[in-house]
Design a protein around this ligand. Structure first.
Ligand code: IMP
Ligand code: MG
Length: 176
């Protein structure tokens, strides 16, 4: 069962608000948006079209949950960046932070490459479930728990095409 969480108008308001925050923080400086595949591609595509700064986009894919609903904590790079981020302003764009393990790994990985500034932007934040210390710089919407889908976010690769965001409720699914 899909229970509505955020409709497209609300998502649009959130995206525009974050874009303004980014423009305020980076003035006219160039930004490299690092989109974490696959979940954040829809959010990233809306976000970059609302930011006026000169920017480029690159993609990073790390191992995902597969068909499970919570993180194993073991993370591997599946597709690395193509650009050199040394000395550049970088914003990591993520769909959702849960335990924080994925972003903590990605943040440390990218910091080793010597960016000028590194910021983290997430559309959704499941704050109550954090297992590691990780602060995001730009947060769209925080909530406590529940498995979400839609607007690029999947369960077992499905539901990415939904324009709105829902909580997926199904008694037969593994509890997260
Ligand atoms: P973390 O490492 O536990 O913070 O997990 C983050 C990653 O798991 C994100 O990149 C998401 O793609 C995925 N994820 C976490 N929560 C959900 C959810 O509710 N629905 C779909 N994917 C999720
Ligand atoms: Mg993801």
């Amino acid at each position: 069962m899909l229970v509505p969480l955020l409709g497209r108008e609300e998502i649009e308001r959130i995206v525009k608000r974050i874009a303004k925050e980014i423009e305020r923080d980076f003035a006219d400086e160039e930004i490299i948006f690092v989109c974490l595949l696959k979940g954040s591609f829809v959010f990233a595509s809306d976000l970059i079209r609302n930011v006026d700064n000169p920017c480029t986009v690159d993609f990073l894919r790390v191992s995902s949950y597969g068909d499970r609903m919570s993180s194993s904590g073991e993370i591997k790079i599946i597709k690395d960046l193509e650009v050199d981020i040394n000395g550049k302003n970088v914003i990591i764009v993520e769909d959702i932070v849960d335990s924080g393990l994925t972003l903590k790994y990605v943040k440390e990985l990218l910091l080793e490459r010597g960016p000028k500034r590194l910021k983290i932007c997430t559309l959704l934040d499941k704050r109550a479930r954090r297992k590691v210390d990780l602060e995001c710089d730009y947060i769209g919407y925080s909530f406590d728990d529940g498995f979400v889908v839609g607007y690029g976010i999947d369960y077992a690769e499905k539901y990415r095409n939904l324009p709105d965001i829902y909580i997926l409720k199904n008694d037969r699914l593994e509890e997260s």
